[in-house]
Ligand binder design. Sequence first.
Ligand code: KG4
Ligand code: ZN
Length: 361
Amino acid sequence: MKILAVETSCDETAASIVELRGQKEKTRLKILINLVSSQIKIHQQFGGVVPEVAARAHIEQMPLVLSQAISRAKLRFSNIDLISVTNGPGLVTSLLVGVETAKSLSYLLAKPLIGVNHLRGHIYAALVNYFLGKEKLVNKKIFPAVALIVSGGHTELFLMKDWYSFKKLGQTLDDAAGEYFDKTAKLLNLGYPGGPVISRRAVRADKNNVLTGLLPRPMLQSQNFDFSFSGLKTAVLYFLNNKKNKPFIKNKSFVNNFCQEIQQAAIDVLVAKAIRATQVFGAHSVILAGGVAANKELRQQLAAGINDLAARINFFVPPIEFCTDNALMIALAGYFKWQKIPQKQKLPDWQRLEIDPNQEV
Ligand code: KG4
Ligand code: ZN
């Protein structure tokens, strides 16, 4: 079936059209078009996303992105079988633009509409290469799987017993990992978004001068699967506020190493908890997803941790372009949710779709 997906939960206006067939591990994907109009340049001047500004930009961009998607996929709206849209979690004003657009399309075209969870989308995005037939399984059994979502708004660990179920094992008690990178980058005057710039600076760190241990590893030893990143952010703030440290901060090479330690402090905890969950639940697969999954060190260190385990374990991570927000992942989440809806309810019912900014997975 051909799915048109729309995503506007935060600051990316995205539309995608894909063709999907098969079920479960036999799912096969063809990407017809995937467009993302990023608002990063607009929000950079404010050092973070301003919800009201984001919603206005979505309203401006949405018609352009949609018409481009249809024309570049060489399709007509009538060729679409299902419309899938993010209806939570996210910024209320941003979500409204995507959901109202999708409702209007559903009404005008008399096509069925499905609302999906943004975080489920991130998780399915990790399987893009597998669905495209580009990735082989290390272990034929995919489930149970441990899924770690690390984004700007969420850091959550899930246990999936099949393609459709998500049991939350733990989550951040305060800031998300991406938020921690964004806020510490702001403290260091490195710009927005923080994750990419911190990782770029970390690459340039002097390997002979590592600052290991300068920052804490919050909750590393706790036996649960929760995380905490706000204390880490405060530790960075205290370091910067200490007059004795001023000369260091002016030194570019020191800042590179400091970024490396900021990054490594989060990675150490994320990897340790994901690996422990894998062992505790005997998982056959580990899924890493969300914007922070674009971090090369996190990808490599988690892959290495999985490799060190005795069992054969699949490691799924999205191609870099599908780590941050996009609509392709919303098409995938819509497809999987659609399969679980009873046939009788597969109708165009735009009236029933509501947004839920705090929607749980
Ligand atoms: O998933 P996403 O696009 O939006 C949310 O749903 O939140 O994630 C955005 C987050 C930002 O916090 C950004 O700093 C972070 O992902 N990010 C990275 C990298 N690229 C984006 N964090 C670390 N390393 C990266 N390379
Ligand atoms: Zn996201």
